[in-house]
Design a protein around this ligand. Structure first.
Ligand code: DGL
Length: 260
């Protein structure tokens, strides 16, 4: 049986890409809710409804586990999904813990970039309250970035200008780590790397989420985790708008990640 991976759009491919590297013998089903992307600028109630509909469609396909490869959907719907379905459901959360571990002794700050909706949720606020004992975590919503990503806008000069504008009022000399708290954002890691001061680390949550998936699968039997990069035909793509052009876009986006 396949492992499902779900996001509003192409963002979850950054997690799928990591899962495919770690689990070279597994098959995957990737589902994008193209009828409703983006989630991060919608209301909590709307996103809850869209996620429930999307996951109901996914589980019809018989999958053995589900990665909610979307920080926004996780922060809103993960508890309810786990109550509704018996398959293992693995969520995403901004990688605040690894970022804090990197900065506890440096005196530098942590900057979390995410969608407006993720940053507003109690799940994020609780995470900060639980871990940020030195009050060194700041956050910045990037409401336009998912749209640029969905357009496959990776134009270096346009995107550098965008990030410069967004970060212009932020004292980057005091930042030690930037957390990419939306699964779309790692598509821009290379561009961010170029414009951020070199002392800043960039982290995201995909490795942690995939490690959790591997742990869960291991419970059910031996899992081969060798780091080979073959077999990229092991994904069935689906989208809620059933749009062939979007399926092609997902293949292109996965290809971009492979070549990053
Ligand atoms: N990629 C998603 C996330 O991790 C959602 C982005 C969106 O649809 O706004 O938050």
């Amino acid at each position: 049986m396949r492992i499902a991976c779900f996001d509003s759009g192409i963002g979850g491919l950054t997690v799928l890409h990591e899962a495919m590297k770690r689990l070279p013998h597994e098959h995957f089903l990737y589902y994008a809710d193209t009828l409703h992307v983006p989630y991060g600028t919608k209301s909590k109630e709307d996103v809850m409804r869209h996620v429930n509909e999307a996951v109901a469609a996914i589980v019809q396909e018989e999958v053995k586990a589900l990665i909610v490869a979307c920080n926004t959907a996780t922060s809103i719907a993960i508890s309810q999904l786990r109550q509704t379905y018996s398959i293992p459901i693995i969520g995403m959360e901004p990688a605040v813990k690894p970022a804090l571990d990197l900065n506890r002794t440096t005196g530098k700050r942590v900057l979390v970039l995410a969608t407006p909706l993720t940053l507003k949720q109690s799940k994020f606020k609780d995470l900060i309250a639980r871990l940020d004992d030195q009050s060194i975590v700041d956050s910045l919503p990037l409401p336009e970035l998912v749209h640029y990503c969905e357009q496959l806008n990776f134009d270096r000069s346009f995107m550098s200008n965008y990030f410069h504008t967004k970060l212009s009022s932020y004292p980057l000399q005091h930042v030690g780590t930037v957390v990419l708290g939306c699964t779309h954002y790692p598509f821009y890691t290379n561009i961010l790397r170029e414009i951020l001061p070199s002392h800043i680390d960039i982290v995201d949550g995909s490795a942690g989420t995939v490690s959790r998936l591997v742990q869960i699968l291991e419970h059910e039997g031996p899992v081969s985790c060798s780091l080979q990069k073959d077999g990229y035909d092991r994904v069935d793509f689906r989208c809620s708008s059933q749009d062939q052009a979007y399926i092609h876009k997902m293949e292109t986006a996965l290809h971009i990640l492979r070549n990053q």
